[in-house]
Design a protein around this ligand. Structure first.
Ligand SMILES: Cc1cc2nc3c(=O)[nH]c(=O)nc-3n(C[C@H](O)[C@H](O)[C@H](O)COP(=O)(O)OP(=O)(O)OC[C@H]3O[C@@H](n4cnc5c(N)ncnc54)[C@H](O)[C@@H]3O)c2cc1C
Length: 452
C-alpha cells in the first residue's frame, strides 16, 4: 500500500468523545451522546457507513423496543421457522404475529448515521483507527489512517495502514474513547483491554432465481457442514440469503454453501441460483468480556457491542445487545464527562445486565453455546432435536422462539424447561440425560484462537 506525507503540523481537533466504528453500537452511542450535549466524532474505516455488510441482519421484534426502525428497512417479516435435523423429522414452528425481520442493514445503518448527525455528531468514513494514548493533560490522543486526499485537520504523518490507497495518519484529541469496532477490536488490543477469544465464522450469499416462502426461515443442522451452528435459507427482500456459520477453521464455508444447493432441494430449487453478493464475518461466542473499561494513565476508554463480547453466543444475535449497550453507555459517559459524575461508567457496567433482559438473555445463550459446543456428531444433533418432536417439546420451542420476549427470557425459558421435564419426567429425563451424556463424552469442540 502506498503512502504520502502531509507536511502540515496542524493542531489536533478536540472532541468530547471519539467513537471507533459506525455500526449498531457506535452509531447508537453517538446519537444519544450527541443528544446529551457531548461533542462526538465517529471514525469508520469503511468508505461509507453500511458500505460493507457483514451481518445477516435478522432483527428480533424486541429491537423495536430500543429503536423505532422505519418499516422501509424491515424488508421481510417472518413468522415461521423450519428446522431440519440431520436425519430426523423437520420441525415446523411459527406464530401469527411476526417475530423476526430481515433488515436492510445498509439502509438502517445509514438512517442511524443520519440520526446521529442530526443530533450533532460527526461521522467520518474512510478513517481507520490506528492507536491511542493518554496525554499528561488527561486527553486521549487518537491516531487514525485516512485517504491522502482527505483534508480534515490533524497532524499528517506517513502510514501504510488501512484504508486502501494512499493514506496519511491524522490525529484527534478527545476526553473519552469508545471502541465499537467489532469482534477483532483494534481499540481493545491497543489499549490493553480484554479481547474475544472464541468465534464462529459466518458466510452468506445473496442469491437470485430462488423461490421461497417470504415469511419463513429454513434452518439446516449438519455437524460436518456447519459444526457448532447451522445453514440457513431466508428471504432477503425479493431475493434469498443462503448462509452458513460454524466453528472457525473447522469447516469450509464455500464448500458448505455449495452442498446446501442439494440439501435444501425440498424447499427450493437452488440449481440455477445466481450469486449476486457474498459476505462473511466473525461472531464472538466466548461471552461478555470483563475488562472492557479503563480510566488510568494508559487510557480513558470503553468497549461496546461485539468488541465487548456482547453478542448472543448461541444464535450470534448481537444487534439487540449492541443497541442497548450503545444507548446506556452514552448516558453514563455524558454523566462522567460533562457532569463529572465519577463512577457513572462503572455503574453502567454493573447495571447493563438488567437492561432489556440483556443479562439473562446472554446467560441463556452462553448455556446453549456450552451445549452446542459439545455436539460431536450428527447423531448428537438428532438426539437433541428429538427432544422437540413431541407436542410438549414443540410447544417449548415455539414459545421460546416466537412468543417469549427477550425481557422474559430468564423466567419463561427455565420455567418452560422445568415444566417440560416435570410433565413427562421419564421421557424427557432420560432423553436429556442421554443427549447430555453424549455431549459430555465429547470434548468441548469450540476453537479458541488469539488472532485478531
Ligand atoms: C455472518 C454474520 C451474520 C450475523 N447475523 C446476525 C443476525 O442476523 N442478527 C443479529 O442480531 N446479529 C447478527 N450477527 C452479529 C451482529 O452482526 C453483530 O453482533 C453486530 O453487528 C455488532 O455490532 P457492533 O456495532 O458491535 O459491531 P460491528 O457491526 O461489527 O461494527 C464494527 C464497525 O467498526 C468498524 N471498524 C472496525 N475496525 C475499525 C477501525 N480500526 N477503525 C475504524 N472503524 C473500524 C467496522 O468497519 C464496522 O463498521 C451476525 C454476524 C455475522 C458475522
Amino acid at each position: 500500500m502506498s503512502s504520502s506525507t502531509n507536511p502540515t503540523n496542524a493542531r489536533s481537533e478536540r472532541y468530547d468523545v471519539v467513537v471507533v466504528g459506525a455500526s449498531f453500537a457506535g452509531l447508537t452511542f453517538a446519537s444519544v451522546a450527541a443528544t446529551r450535549g457531548l461533542r462526538v466524532l465517529v471514525l469508520e474505516r469503511d468508505a461509507s457507513v453500511g458500505g460493507v455488510v457483514r451481518t445477516t441482519g435478522v432483527l428480533f421484534s424486541d429491537v423495536l423496543d430500543i429503536v423505532d426502525v422505519p418499516q422501509r428497512y424491515l424488508m421481510n417479516s417472518v413468522r415461521r421457522m423450519s428446522i431440519r435435523p440431520p436425519n430426523g423429522r423437520t420441525i415446523e414452528i411459527g406464530a401469527h404475529a411476526y417475530r423476526f425481520y430481515m433488515a436492510d442493514v445498509t439502509g438502517m445503518l445509514r438512517w442511524m448515521a443520519e440520526q446521529a448527525e442530526d443530533h450533532g455528531a460527526e461521522v467520518r468514513g474512510g478513517a481507520s483507527f490506528v492507536d491511542a494514548t493518554r496525554e499528561a493533560d488527561g486527553d486521549m490522543r487518537i491516531v487514525y489512517g485516512a485517504a491522502a486526499g482527505d483534508t480534515s485537520s490533524g497532524a499528517g504523518v506517513d502510514t501504510d495502514t488501512a484504508p486502501a490507497g494512499p493514506t496519511v495518519r491524522r490525529e484527534v484529541r478527545a476526553r473519552f474513547l469508545i471502541g465499537a469496532d467489532g469482534t477483532h477490536s483494534s481499540v481493545a488490543r491497543r489499549l490493553g483491554l480484554d479481547q474475544n477469544t472464541h468465534f464462529l465464522a459466518g458466510a452468506e450469499w445473496l442469491v437470485e432465481g430462488v423461490e421461497i416462502d417470504r415469511e419463513t426461515f429454513y434452518l439446516l443442522m449438519d455437524h460436518q457442514l456447519a459444526p457448532g451452528y447451522c445453514l440457513w435459507l431466508a428471504p432477503h427482500s425479493e431475493i434469498a440469503a443462503l448462509g452458513v456459520a460454524g466453528h472457525q477453521r473447522t469447516f469450509k464455508p464455500t464448500e458448505s454453501l455449495e452442498a446446501a444447493r442439494t440439501r435444501f432441494a425440498d424447499v427450493a430449487d437452488l440449481g440455477a441460483m445466481r450469486i449476486v453478493r457474498r459476505k462473511g464475518g466473525v461472531i464472538p461466542t466466548g461471552g461478555r468480556l470483563r475488562h472492557v473499561y479503563r480510566d488510568d494513565e494508559r487510557g480513558r476508554v470503553l468497549l461496546l457491542g461485539d468488541a465487548a463480547g456482547l453478542c448472543g453466543a448461541a444464535t450470534g444475535g448481537g444487534i439487540y445487545p449492541a443497541l442497548i449497550c450503545g444507548r446506556l453507555a452514552a448516558h453514563a459517559v455524558a454523566n462522567e464527562v460533562l457532569n463529572g459524575a465519577r463512577g457513572a461508567v462503572r455503574s453502567y457496567l454493573g447495571d447493563l445486565g438488567r437492561a432489556g433482559g440483556l443479562g439473562p438473555y446472554l446467560r441463556v445463550e452462553d448455556w446453549l453455546r456450552a451445549a452446542m459446543d459439545r455436539v460431536g456428531s450428527n447423531a448428537d444433533m438428532d438426539a437433541f432435536y428429538a427432544l422437540f418432536a413431541s407436542p410438549a417439546g414443540h410447544e417449548l420451542l415455539e414459545r421460546t422462539l416466537f412468543q417469549t420476549p427477550i425481557l422474559g427470557m430468564n423466567s419463561h425459558f427455565f420455567r418452560l424447561l422445568r415444566g417440560l421435564v416435570a410433565h413427562q419426567p421419564s421421557l424427557y429425563g432420560s432423553a436429556l440425560r442421554a443427549a447430555w451424556d453424549r455431549m459430555l463424552a465429547a470434548p468441548r469442540s469450540r476453537i479458541a484462537t488469539s488472532d485478531a
